[in-house]
Design a protein. Sequence first.
Length: 485
Amino acid sequence: MNKDYKNFNIYSISLFFLASGLVAYLYLSMESSLQWKEIAVFGLMVWMAESAGIDLPRVGAVSVSFTIIFAAVLLFEPLTVILISLFMTVVWRDIKKKTSIFRWMVNGGIAVFDAGLAALIYQKLNHPSFITKGGLTYLDFPSILLPLALAAITYFLVNTALVSVAIGLIEKMHPLNIWVLNERWTIPSKIFLATLGIALAQLYVSSGISSIILVVAPLLIARESFRVYMRLKAAYGDTVRALIASIEAKDSYTKGHSERVADYVELAARKMRFPENEMDLIKYAALLHDLGKIGIPRRILCKPSQLSSDEYESIKKHSEIGAELLKDVDFLRSVLPVVESHHEYYNGMGYGAGIRGESIPMLARVVSVADAFDAMTSLRSYREPMTFPEAAAELLYCSGSQFDKDVVKIFIEMLGEEGKLDVGSISFKIETDEDKWNRFQYEDKKEREEVEERKVEETQEKKDDLETNFEVKEDLLIIDDWELE
C-alpha cells in the first residue's frame, strides 16, 4: 500500500497553527509565572521516556511518558504542562531516523492539545493543583475521582485520536481502524500509568524532585511489558514468514503468491468491515492458506503439463495437510477453518469437506477469490498469466458457482479503488443486479444450445458417414455378384 504524505503535511501545518493559537491564549491568560526548574526536570524525564518508546505495528510508538505528563497535569498550570509535554516533539528516535519537520510539527501539536486540554479540564473543574492543596488527603475522596478520571480520559482520547488521524493519512486507512489496531490494547496500561502519575504527583508534593526515583522501577516494568508484547507479535510474524519461505522453496513459480494474496485479502477485509483487532489473524490465514503444499511432492507442484487424476487427488490433500500442521500452534488455531476451506466452491463442488454456500467461513470465501485471482494473473510453469481485466471477468463468470458473488463484487470494487484495475475494461458489469444475472443465464443457455447443435451436427455427420459406407459396401457386393456370374 503506497503511503500518502501530502495530506499528512497539510494536517501537520494545520495542527501546528491551531496549537500555536492555544499556547498564545494560555500565555495571555496566565496568572502566575512559569516554573522553569520544574519544566526542565519534568521535560527531561518526558524526553527520556519518549526516546525509549516501543515502535507500533505501522507508524509511531508507545511509551511511559504519560505518567510524567499526567503528574504535571495535577501539579502545574496548563501552560507549564504544555511546555513540559513539548519535550517529546523531537526525541532521540526522531534524530536517529532523521524524521521530517512535518512529523515534528505533528508531535508538537499533539503534545499541546493532549496535555493542555487535560490540564484545562482538571483546572476548570475547580480542583486546585496538588501543590496548592498540599497533596491528597482522605477528605478529597470521592469528589477528586471525577476530575482525575476526566483529565486522564481527555488526555488519552485527544492523544490517540490525533495520532490515529496522522497515521491514517499516511497509510490511507480509516483513523478508527488505526485506533483499534494501535491504541485500544493500551487502555489497561494507560490506567496503570495514570495511577503512577497520581502517585508521582503526591510524592513530588511530599518529598520534592528527589522522590521521582521511586517511580522509576514501576515505569521500567511498564516499558518492559510493552516491549515484550511487541516482540511477541514480531515473533508471531517471523514464524509465519518462515513457514511461507518453506512453501516457496519448493515451487519458484509461487514465490510472492502468499504475500500478494494476503495483501488482497487485507484490503478486501477492510472494505467488508472485518474487525480491525482481527486483522493480524486474517493476514496470517491468507499467508498460510497453501501451507499444506509442503507435504506435496515437488514433481507434482512443478509439473509443466496437465496433472493426472492421481496427481490432482494428491494436490487436493494440501488443505487437510495444512490444517494438520497448524492444529497444535495455539496462536494460529483460529486460522484452521480458512486453511481447510479455501478450496470449497460456493455450489458445493469444490474439495475439502464438501460444504457449500454460507456454510463456508466468510474469510475462506475471501481467500478463495484472492487466491484464484493471483493464480490467474501470475506466471505458471504450464501457462502464461492472464491480464487483470481477464482475471476479473473470469471471477465474475464463476460467481455464484465457484465463488460467493458478493465477495467477488467487493473484491473487484476494491481493485478499482486501489488503482489496480480499470473497471470499465471488464467485459461484464460489476453490479450483481438482475439484468446481469439474466444475461449470465442467457449466455449460459445460448452456450448450451450451441453445444447441443454441435452434438446434433456431429451425430448427423456420423450418420451420413455410416450411410455412405453402407452404400459403398452394397456397390461392392453387386460387383462381386457380377464377377461370380
